[in-house]
Structures are given as structure tokens and as C-alpha cells.
Design a protein around this ligand. Structure first.
Ligand code: EPZ
Length: 416
């Protein structure tokens, strides 16, 4: 059990280099098995979910090692097409290996994936899209068996721009005969990053990052090198922390456009924000005002992953903010914990109304999920006295050396 102890009331000042993106790294790690080749990946964060993906790669027969933020994969010797239940349960992204294995081995045997409990997280869109490429899929006794003797390019319309379904389809389509056109695709920066990696692997692909992606066949290359983009949700979390605690923080190595919707609301709350090429400077006196209404949406809308941390930043903001969550049915799990700090939040279905309070009082909280846990840390930075967040490892699934990064900015935080 990780115990995060925070004493609130310190400003955050200084420069913070933002880690590489977890959600960009994971599908790229799965994609590395598409061809018998080597991949060198730079800027990969050291996280529990990355370790889980590397364990899956090794199980499948790859060499896969991480040294600091560099990952080396040799996918010449893929020998297995089944992923054990225990490995599948470690994270949601294990499901992306389905498309990759189907492309590489013509078969994938796995079970439904784990990941944060944010409500129902079906994989029907993944399965239906893969079936349209010609995969035969049987689900029985908690096992999913996918087979494809012959994948055939198709025009596929996704009824919802699911990030995972788009990624699975992109990977499987690299082995299909003829082109696949994915319409209604997710447009997240992580999808564009996967497209860039597939290009360096020798795949003809265009439109990744727009709602129409065309995937052609692969012409194999022996060696691929790729650098992971900055994590826009980690950048958003630090921006929210500095906004709420007060301070002057420069986020480096980021792409400001990737989290512009979060910066938009922080500006509305009273922060002074300057974006430059690959850096964002945020200044705040810590006295924020409410921002009206926020609605989570698929990219380029406001990201559901930043919703809990922005909520935490606005707990003391003057006035009322209404947050409408439209992506996950159970993404307000942080709320009962934040109430225990003295926050005033009313939940009504998929909406949360936050009424700014004068003070928050530190207490012991339980991290409910990855971003919910991060929200509790942000709130703790603005609470009087000590806040302890007890965490089963959720936060370290997505945030690399987060205690050290916040400490370097002046926060009084330690991790036991
Ligand atoms: C990705 O999850 C991210 N995970 C999530 O980040 C992020 O919250 C989410 O996209 C939305 O941006 C990774 O990239 C590893 P979806 P994913 O498929 O792919 C429904 C974090 O904190 N749906 O776009 O699972 C689903 O239930 C995590 O880092 C179906 O109904 O997201 C959800 O309501 C949490 N059927 C919505 O779509 C399907 O087959 C969005 O899911 C697939 C999804």
C-alpha cells in the first residue's frame, strides 16, 4: 500500500519536465509485435502499466527491456498468441494486443481486460470492428478466441470514437489484404502517435488523428525508432495543482495544443497562461473563480481523464461549477473522498455541482482509481494540515516519480 502524505499550503514554483504518455506508450508496445523486427522507444515512462505490457511482450516470446526511459523490444521470436488471465487483468490496454496478435499470428486468445473501475467498459466495438475485417470471434467461459485465416480490408464506421477500438482496428488492419478505411475514428493525440509509429514500421497509413483513417499493408523494416509524446493528462494534473496551490510553473516538453481545453478552463478560473513551442507557463495566486459548465467529450473536447483533477483544483474556487461527465458512467468516484476534506459537491447522475468553499481540512483518503487518486493529491496541496492518500498502486499506474516532481516544485509531499 502506498501512503502519500501531503501538508497543504505551499506554492508550486519552478520548471517541470513532463513524462512521456502512458496512453501513447501502451498501444505502441502492443504494435511492436506486428512484425519480426526490433523497436527502440524513447521517453517511455516508468510505470506499473508499462511493466505489465512488457511482461505480456515477454510472455508472447519477445525480448523486452526498459532502462530508465528507453525501451528495447525484439519481436523476432513471437511464439505465443494467448495472454494469461492474470496478465490481462493488470490493465485495460492488454486488450489492444488482440488486434496486434491477430495481425501477427492470425489468432489471439485472451480474456476481458482489467483497468480502472469506471463503470461498464465493454469491448463490443472492438469485437464488431475486428469481425468486419474478417475475424471470427468466439466468447465462452470468460475467454475470447479470435481467429482470422485471412483479414480483408474494409470500410468500417465506428458508432462511437472509442480510443481502444480505433487502436485495435488500426493494428489488425495492417495485416489485411487491401486498404481499410476507419470512419468515425477517435482523434486523440495518442492515435496520431500510434499512426506515426506504424509509419516508421513500414505501414502505409494516413489520417491518424482525424476521424477518417486509412490503413494499408505493411512492408517490413528491421529496425524502428520512435519517441513517445508528452503525457497531456500528467501535464494537466500539474497545471491544476499549480493553479489551485498558487505558484509559477513552467511545464516543459509538452504540446500545448494537446491539453488546450484544460488550459482554457484554468485561464477562465483566473490563471495567467502563456504557451510557447513545447512549453506552458502558468501563474496563479491560488484564488480561483468557478468556471460555469464543463462537459467531458472525446478529443478535441475536454478529456474525461482531466475531469477529476480539474474538479479538485476548483474545490475552493468562488462560485459554482457544473461538471457533466459523458464518457464513463462511474467517473465521480473521487467525490465522496473529496467531501471528507470539507468540499461542497452535489452529485446528480452524470453531473457534479461544485460550490467553492473557504477551507479544506486534511484527513485520510482512499485512492479510488488512477485519476481520482491524483485528484486527491491536488486537493491535499490546498488543504490545511496533513492529507494522507492511501493507495493500492493506482497513482503509480500513470504518474512517474510524482512525489519527486511535486517536491521539486516546492510541495511538502512524501511517499511511504
Ligand atoms: C482510453 O480508454 C484511455 N485508456 C482512458 O484513459 C481514457 O479515459 C479513454 O480512452 C477516453 O479518452 C488508454 O488509452 C489506455 P474508449 P478506452 O474505448 O480505450 C465505451 C486513464 O485514466 N465503449 O474511448 O478504454 C466505454 O465503455 C484511462 O489513463 C463501449 O461502449 O476508452 C466508455 O464509456 C482511463 N464499447 C467510452 O466508450 C467499446 O467497445 C470510451 O471508451 C469500447 C468503449
Amino acid at each position: 500500500m502506498d501512503l502519500w502524505h501531503i501538508r497543504g499550503g505551499r506554492r508550486l514554483d519552478g520548471v517541470c519536465c513532463v513524462q512521456g504518455s502512458k496512453n501513447a506508450s501502451l498501444p505502441i508496445l502492443a504494435a511492436s509485435i506486428l512484425s519480426p523486427s526490433e523497436s527502440e522507444l524513447h521517453n517511455v515512462p516508468r510505470l506499473r502499466d508499462i511493466d505489465a505490457a512488457l511482461r505480456i511482450l515477454r510472455h508472447l516470446g519477445c525480448e523486452a527491456e526498459q532502462r530508465d526511459n528507453e525501451v528495447y523490444i525484439n519481436a523476432n521470436g513471437v511464439t505465443h498468441s494467448a495472454i494469461p488471465h492474470k496478465l490481462m487483468l493488470e490493465m485495460r490496454s492488454s486488450v489492444i494486443f488482440m488486434g496486434a496478435l491477430l495481425a501477427r499470428c492470425g489468432e489471439a486468445r485472451l480474456s476481458p481486460p482489467g483497468g480502472c473501475q469506471l463503470g461498464k467498459r465493454p469491448i463490443d466495438l472492438h469485437l464488431s470492428a475486428l469481425r468486419q475485417l474478417g475475424a471470427e470471434i468466439e466468447e465462452s467461459g470468460g475467454e475470447i478466441l479470435c481467429r482470422a485465416k485471412h483479414l480483408k480490408g474494409a470500410e468500417i464506421q465506428l458508432p462511437f470514437p472509442s480510443v481502444g477500438a480505433t487502436e485495435n482496428l488500426m493494428l489488425a488492419a495492417t495485416a489485411a489484404e487491401g486498404a481499410t478505411v476507419i470512419r468515425g475514428a477517435a482523434r486523440e493525440p495518442e492515435i496520431a502517435a500510434l499512426g506515426d509509429y506504424l509509419k516508421t514500421m513500414g505501414c502505409k497509413i494516413s489520417g491518424a488523428g482525424t476521424d477518417t483513417i486509412t490503413v494499408g499493408e505493411m512492408s517490413y523494416v528491421n529496425h524502428t525508432e520512435h519517441s513517445i509524446i508528452a503525457d497531456r493528462i500528467v501535464a494537466s494534473t500539474i497545471a491544476c495543482a499549480a493553479a489551485a496551490a498558487g505558484g509559477d510553473v513552467e511545464l516543459r516538453d509538452v504540446e500545448p495544443a494537446h491539453f488546450s481545453t484544460v488550459l482554457h478552463f484554468l485561464k477562465q478560473a483566473g490563471c495567467d497562461i502563456m504557451c510557447q513551442n513545447r512549453s506552458v507557463r502558468l501563474r496563479s495566486d491560488g484564488n480561483l473563480r468557478a468556471v460555469g459548465e464543463i462537459c467531458t467529450e472525446p478529443y478535441p473536447g475536454f478529456p474525461t481523464d482531466a475531469q477529476p483533477v480539474l474538479m479538485a483544483a476548483l474545490l475552493k474556487a468562488r462560485g459554482r461549477t457544473l461538471i457533466r461527465e459523458t464518457i464513463f458512467e462511474n467517473r465521480f468516484r473521487q467525490v465522496p473522498e473529496l467531501l471528507r476534506l470539507g468540499a461542497d459537491i452535489e452529485l446528480c447522475g452524470q453531473c457534479a455541482e461544485i460550490r467553492g468553499v473557504e477551507r479544506l481540512h486534511g484527513t485520510v483518503l482512499n485512492a479510488t482509481d488512477l485519476r481520482g487518486g491524483a485528484a486527491m493529491l491536488v486537493a491535499g496541496l490546498t488543504a490545511e494540515g496533513q492529507t494522507t492518500v492511501c493507495d493500492d498502486g493506482h497513482i503509480r499506474r500513470g504518474y512517474e516519480s510524482f512525489d519527486a516532481r511535486l517536491r521539486a516544485l516546492g510541495a511538502d509531499i512524501c511517499l511511504d
